[in-house]
Ligand binder design. Structure first.
Ligand code: GLP
Length: 255
Protein backbone atom coordinates (compact mmCIF):
# COMPACT_ATOMS: atom_id res chain seq x y z
CA UNK A 1 0.00 0.00 0.00
CA UNK A 2 1.65 3.20 -1.20
CA UNK A 3 0.84 6.36 0.69
CA UNK A 4 1.48 9.69 -0.99
CA UNK A 5 2.65 12.33 1.42
CA UNK A 6 2.29 15.99 0.52
CA UNK A 7 3.21 19.16 2.32
CA UNK A 8 -0.18 20.40 3.47
CA UNK A 9 -3.98 20.28 3.35
CA UNK A 10 -4.20 22.66 0.39
CA UNK A 11 -2.01 20.36 -1.66
CA UNK A 12 -4.20 17.35 -0.78
CA UNK A 13 -7.33 19.28 -1.75
CA UNK A 14 -5.80 20.29 -5.10
CA UNK A 15 -4.72 16.72 -5.88
CA UNK A 16 -8.11 15.29 -4.91
CA UNK A 17 -9.89 17.93 -6.99
CA UNK A 18 -7.58 17.13 -9.95
CA UNK A 19 -8.57 13.45 -9.79
CA UNK A 20 -12.28 14.31 -9.61
CA UNK A 21 -12.02 16.92 -12.38
CA UNK A 22 -10.19 14.49 -14.69
CA UNK A 23 -12.78 11.80 -14.06
CA UNK A 24 -15.67 14.16 -14.90
CA UNK A 25 -13.85 15.32 -18.02
CA UNK A 26 -13.53 11.71 -19.19
CA UNK A 27 -17.01 10.73 -18.03
CA UNK A 28 -19.39 13.70 -17.59
CA UNK A 29 -22.03 11.50 -15.93
CA UNK A 30 -19.55 9.93 -13.50
CA UNK A 31 -20.86 8.54 -10.22
CA UNK A 32 -19.06 10.05 -7.25
CA UNK A 33 -19.10 8.53 -3.78
CA UNK A 34 -18.86 11.42 -1.34
CA UNK A 35 -17.66 11.66 2.23
CA UNK A 36 -18.29 14.12 5.02
CA UNK A 37 -15.97 15.29 7.82
CA UNK A 38 -13.42 18.07 8.14
CA UNK A 39 -10.79 16.39 5.94
CA UNK A 40 -12.79 16.69 2.72
CA UNK A 41 -13.93 20.30 3.19
CA UNK A 42 -10.87 21.65 1.34
CA UNK A 43 -11.51 19.34 -1.60
CA UNK A 44 -15.09 20.57 -1.85
CA UNK A 45 -13.93 24.20 -1.67
CA UNK A 46 -11.49 23.53 -4.48
CA UNK A 47 -14.22 21.87 -6.58
CA UNK A 48 -16.57 24.83 -6.00
CA UNK A 49 -13.82 27.22 -7.05
CA UNK A 50 -13.18 25.26 -10.25
CA UNK A 51 -16.92 25.12 -10.98
CA UNK A 52 -17.15 28.91 -10.56
CA UNK A 53 -14.27 29.36 -12.99
CA UNK A 54 -16.10 27.14 -15.49
CA UNK A 55 -13.56 24.28 -15.37
CA UNK A 56 -15.96 21.60 -14.08
CA UNK A 57 -19.56 20.91 -15.05
CA UNK A 58 -21.52 18.79 -12.58
CA UNK A 59 -24.79 18.84 -14.56
CA UNK A 60 -24.63 15.14 -15.46
CA UNK A 61 -22.72 13.91 -12.39
CA UNK A 62 -24.46 11.49 -10.02
CA UNK A 63 -23.54 11.28 -6.34
CA UNK A 64 -23.94 8.86 -3.44
CA UNK A 65 -23.03 9.85 0.09
CA UNK A 66 -21.37 7.33 2.37
CA UNK A 67 -23.37 7.69 5.54
CA UNK A 68 -25.82 9.55 7.76
CA UNK A 69 -26.51 9.66 11.49
CA UNK A 70 -29.51 7.51 12.38
CA UNK A 71 -32.33 9.53 13.91
CA UNK A 72 -31.30 12.91 12.50
CA UNK A 73 -33.70 14.60 10.10
CA UNK A 74 -32.08 15.88 6.92
CA UNK A 75 -32.66 19.45 8.17
CA UNK A 76 -30.73 18.89 11.44
CA UNK A 77 -27.70 21.23 11.44
CA UNK A 78 -25.31 18.32 12.19
CA UNK A 79 -26.82 15.89 9.70
CA UNK A 80 -24.58 14.82 6.86
CA UNK A 81 -27.38 15.94 4.52
CA UNK A 82 -26.87 19.47 5.78
CA UNK A 83 -23.09 19.17 5.66
CA UNK A 84 -22.91 18.10 2.05
CA UNK A 85 -25.59 20.53 0.96
CA UNK A 86 -23.99 23.59 2.56
CA UNK A 87 -20.38 22.56 1.85
CA UNK A 88 -20.87 21.43 -1.74
CA UNK A 89 -24.25 20.96 -3.42
CA UNK A 90 -25.59 24.49 -2.82
CA UNK A 91 -22.61 25.86 -4.75
CA UNK A 92 -22.41 23.64 -7.84
CA UNK A 93 -24.77 22.65 -10.65
CA UNK A 94 -25.39 19.05 -9.58
CA UNK A 95 -29.05 18.20 -10.26
CA UNK A 96 -31.15 17.36 -7.16
CA UNK A 97 -32.45 14.19 -8.80
CA UNK A 98 -28.86 12.98 -9.21
CA UNK A 99 -28.05 13.32 -5.49
CA UNK A 100 -28.35 10.33 -3.14
CA UNK A 101 -27.76 10.61 0.59
CA UNK A 102 -28.76 7.87 3.04
CA UNK A 103 -31.85 8.85 5.02
CA UNK A 104 -31.31 9.10 8.78
CA UNK A 105 -35.01 8.44 9.38
CA UNK A 106 -36.20 5.64 7.10
CA UNK A 107 -39.49 3.91 7.96
CA UNK A 108 -38.05 0.47 7.41
CA UNK A 109 -34.28 0.42 7.90
CA UNK A 110 -33.58 -2.94 6.27
CA UNK A 111 -35.70 -2.22 3.24
CA UNK A 112 -34.18 1.23 2.89
CA UNK A 113 -30.60 -0.07 3.10
CA UNK A 114 -31.35 -2.63 0.39
CA UNK A 115 -32.88 0.11 -1.75
CA UNK A 116 -29.79 2.33 -1.36
CA UNK A 117 -27.45 -0.49 -2.26
CA UNK A 118 -29.53 -1.46 -5.30
CA UNK A 119 -29.74 2.13 -6.49
CA UNK A 120 -25.92 2.27 -6.63
CA UNK A 121 -25.77 -1.01 -8.53
CA UNK A 122 -28.59 -0.10 -10.91
CA UNK A 123 -26.86 3.10 -11.94
CA UNK A 124 -23.69 1.17 -12.76
CA UNK A 125 -21.63 1.51 -9.57
CA UNK A 126 -19.48 4.24 -8.10
CA UNK A 127 -16.61 5.46 -10.29
CA UNK A 128 -14.65 7.22 -7.57
CA UNK A 129 -15.24 6.92 -3.84
CA UNK A 130 -13.80 9.70 -1.72
CA UNK A 131 -13.00 8.71 1.87
CA UNK A 132 -11.71 10.18 5.09
CA UNK A 133 -10.60 7.90 7.91
CA UNK A 134 -11.66 7.81 11.55
CA UNK A 135 -9.01 7.85 14.30
CA UNK A 136 -9.92 4.19 14.86
CA UNK A 137 -9.54 3.27 11.18
CA UNK A 138 -13.21 3.40 10.25
CA UNK A 139 -14.28 4.22 6.71
CA UNK A 140 -17.78 5.60 6.31
CA UNK A 141 -19.11 4.45 9.66
CA UNK A 142 -17.74 0.91 9.36
CA UNK A 143 -16.32 0.58 12.85
CA UNK A 144 -13.57 -1.86 13.92
CA UNK A 145 -15.23 -5.15 14.89
CA UNK A 146 -14.76 -8.91 14.71
CA UNK A 147 -17.00 -8.97 11.65
CA UNK A 148 -17.82 -6.24 9.16
CA UNK A 149 -21.09 -5.86 7.27
CA UNK A 150 -20.68 -5.92 3.49
CA UNK A 151 -23.68 -3.83 2.41
CA UNK A 152 -25.38 -0.60 3.46
CA UNK A 153 -26.59 -1.11 7.03
CA UNK A 154 -27.44 0.37 10.41
CA UNK A 155 -24.39 0.43 12.67
CA UNK A 156 -23.74 1.22 16.32
CA UNK A 157 -21.05 3.88 16.67
CA UNK A 158 -18.02 3.15 18.82
CA UNK A 159 -17.23 5.24 21.92
CA UNK A 160 -14.14 6.52 20.13
CA UNK A 161 -16.16 7.79 17.18
CA UNK A 162 -18.80 9.38 19.42
CA UNK A 163 -16.00 11.19 21.29
CA UNK A 164 -14.22 12.24 18.10
CA UNK A 165 -17.43 13.58 16.53
CA UNK A 166 -18.66 15.32 19.69
CA UNK A 167 -16.80 18.44 18.53
CA UNK A 168 -19.57 19.08 16.01
CA UNK A 169 -22.38 18.85 18.60
CA UNK A 170 -23.19 20.88 21.71
CA UNK A 171 -22.21 17.93 23.89
CA UNK A 172 -21.14 14.30 23.60
CA UNK A 173 -24.63 13.25 24.76
CA UNK A 174 -26.14 14.69 21.60
CA UNK A 175 -24.07 12.61 19.19
CA UNK A 176 -26.35 9.92 17.72
CA UNK A 177 -25.36 6.41 18.78
CA UNK A 178 -26.13 4.81 15.42
CA UNK A 179 -25.72 5.58 11.76
CA UNK A 180 -26.62 4.26 8.34
CA UNK A 181 -23.51 3.59 6.32
CA UNK A 182 -22.42 2.00 3.09
CA UNK A 183 -20.78 -1.32 3.95
CA UNK A 184 -17.19 -2.27 3.22
CA UNK A 185 -18.24 -4.15 0.11
CA UNK A 186 -20.24 -1.16 -1.13
CA UNK A 187 -17.08 0.91 -0.82
CA UNK A 188 -14.97 -1.84 -2.28
CA UNK A 189 -17.15 -2.07 -5.39
CA UNK A 190 -16.14 1.48 -6.36
CA UNK A 191 -13.86 1.43 -9.40
CA UNK A 192 -11.41 3.81 -7.72
CA UNK A 193 -10.99 4.83 -4.10
CA UNK A 194 -9.32 8.01 -2.84
CA UNK A 195 -8.61 8.18 0.89
CA UNK A 196 -7.40 11.43 2.46
CA UNK A 197 -6.01 12.11 5.93
CA UNK A 198 -4.72 15.29 7.52
CA UNK A 199 -3.44 16.42 10.89
CA UNK A 200 -1.35 14.88 13.65
CA UNK A 201 -4.31 13.14 15.32
CA UNK A 202 -4.47 10.85 12.26
CA UNK A 203 -0.74 9.98 12.39
CA UNK A 204 -1.12 6.86 14.63
CA UNK A 205 -3.91 5.32 12.51
CA UNK A 206 -2.08 6.07 9.26
CA UNK A 207 0.99 4.34 10.65
CA UNK A 208 -1.12 1.33 11.82
CA UNK A 209 -2.82 1.19 8.44
CA UNK A 210 0.52 1.22 6.63
CA UNK A 211 2.19 -1.52 8.66
CA UNK A 212 -0.77 -3.77 9.49
CA UNK A 213 -2.06 -6.76 7.58
CA UNK A 214 -5.68 -6.87 6.48
CA UNK A 215 -7.82 -6.84 9.57
CA UNK A 216 -11.38 -5.96 10.54
CA UNK A 217 -9.81 -4.12 13.51
CA UNK A 218 -8.80 -1.47 10.97
CA UNK A 219 -11.61 -1.38 8.40
CA UNK A 220 -9.53 0.84 6.09
CA UNK A 221 -6.95 -1.99 5.83
CA UNK A 222 -9.38 -3.92 3.61
CA UNK A 223 -8.55 -1.38 0.94
CA UNK A 224 -5.18 -3.12 0.61
CA UNK A 225 -7.05 -5.65 -1.54
CA UNK A 226 -8.54 -3.02 -3.85
CA UNK A 227 -6.77 -2.61 -7.22
CA UNK A 228 -7.16 1.18 -7.52
CA UNK A 229 -6.66 2.93 -4.21
CA UNK A 230 -4.91 6.26 -3.80
CA UNK A 231 -4.06 7.42 -0.29
CA UNK A 232 -2.87 10.99 0.20
CA UNK A 233 -1.85 12.37 3.59
CA UNK A 234 -0.27 15.60 4.73
CA UNK A 235 3.08 15.59 6.48
CA UNK A 236 1.45 15.66 9.93
CA UNK A 237 -0.74 12.62 9.27
CA UNK A 238 2.27 10.92 7.65
CA UNK A 239 4.74 11.84 10.40
CA UNK A 240 4.92 8.31 11.89
CA UNK A 241 5.19 6.43 8.60
CA UNK A 242 8.20 4.22 7.96
CA UNK A 243 10.23 5.56 5.01
CA UNK A 244 9.73 2.49 2.81
CA UNK A 245 5.96 3.00 2.90
CA UNK A 246 6.14 6.44 1.40
CA UNK A 247 5.73 7.69 -2.07
CA UNK A 248 6.68 11.34 -2.13
CA UNK A 249 4.47 13.35 -4.41
CA UNK A 250 6.28 15.48 -6.96
CA UNK A 251 4.93 18.55 -5.29
CA UNK A 252 5.22 17.32 -1.72
CA UNK A 253 7.90 16.63 0.86
CA UNK A 254 8.19 15.23 4.33
CA UNK A 255 10.23 17.44 6.61
C1 GLP B 1 -16.90 10.56 10.32
C2 GLP B 1 -17.37 10.02 8.96
C3 GLP B 1 -16.25 9.46 8.15
C4 GLP B 1 -15.06 10.39 8.17
C5 GLP B 1 -14.55 10.53 9.58
C6 GLP B 1 -13.34 11.42 9.70
O1 GLP B 1 -16.96 9.65 11.35
N1 GLP B 1 -18.39 9.05 9.09
O2 GLP B 1 -16.70 9.23 6.83
O3 GLP B 1 -14.03 9.86 7.38
O4 GLP B 1 -15.61 11.11 10.34
O5 GLP B 1 -13.73 12.74 9.86
P1 GLP B 1 -12.75 13.97 9.83
O6 GLP B 1 -12.42 14.19 8.40
O7 GLP B 1 -13.56 15.11 10.41
O8 GLP B 1 -11.57 13.61 10.66
Amino acid sequence: MKIHIVSNKQEISRMAADLIQNLIKEKPDAILGLATGSTVIGTYEELICRYQKGSIDFSEVRTFNLDEYYGLESTHPQSYHMFIRTRLFDHINVRPENIHIPSGTPDNVEKYCRFYEQRIDNLGGIDLQLLGIGVNGHIGFNEPAGELQPDTHLVRLSEETIKANARFFDSEKEVPKQAITMGVQTIFKAKKVLLLATGKEKAPIIERLAVSGITTDIPASLLKLHPHVTIIVDKEAGSLLPDDMLSFSERGVRE
